[in-house]
Design a protein around this ligand. Structure first.
Ligand SMILES: [Zn+2]
Ligand SMILES: [Zn+2]
Length: 125
C-alpha cells in the first residue's frame, strides 16, 4: 500500500472515530471530504467495509435499510428513535447479565451481540 492510501485510510478512520453521531456512509463521506477533498466516495466505501471486517468499526443496519457506522468499538448497544431517526448509545450491565444467563442456559459462547432497540427518544416524547 502506498503512503497516499495509508494517509487516506487514517483520515477516514479518525474522522469516523471522532463522530459520535453514527453517520451513514454519505454523512461520513461529507465529513471526510471537508478534511481532504481528494478522497472520493469509492475510497470511503472501500475502506469502511474493510474496517468493519477488521472490527475497527461497527456497522449498524437499521430498519429503513440504511447502514450506520460507529467508530466506537467499546461494547455497547444502540437505540434508534422512530421519529427523529437519531441513534443513541446504550451502555448496560443489564443486557450483559441477560446474555450471560442465555450462555449458561444453552451452553454456548456468545462472542458478538447486535442489539438495536427502537422507540421514541426523550426529546421526541
Ligand atoms: Zn427522537
Ligand atoms: Zn454507538
Amino acid at each position: 500500500m502506498n503512503t497516499r492510501n495509508t494517509k487516506q485510510k487514517e483520515i477516514i478512520l479518525h474522522t469516523l472515530q471522532n463522530m459520535n453521531t453514527h453517520p451513514t456512509i454519505l454523512e461520513l463521506y461529507d465529513a471526510v471530504h471537508e478534511i481532504d477533498p481528494s478522497i472520493g466516495q469509492a475510497t470511503v466505501y472501500r475502506n469502511v467495509s474493510k474496517f468493519v471486517k477488521e472490527n475497527l468499526v461497527q456497522k449498524i443496519p437499521t430498519n429503513d435499510g440504511i447502514d450506520h457506522y460507529d467508530g466506537n468499538c467499546n461494547k455497547h448497544y444502540h437505540f434508534v428513535c422512530q421519529k427523529c431517526h437519531r441513534l443513541v448509545d446504550l451502555y448496560g450491565n443489564e443486557a450483559d447479565y441477560l446474555f450471560g444467563e442465555i450462555e449458561k442456559k444453552h451452553h454456548l459462547q456468545i462472542s458478538d451481540i447486535h442489539i438495536l432497540c427502537e422507540g421514541i427518544c426523550n426529546e421526541c416524547k
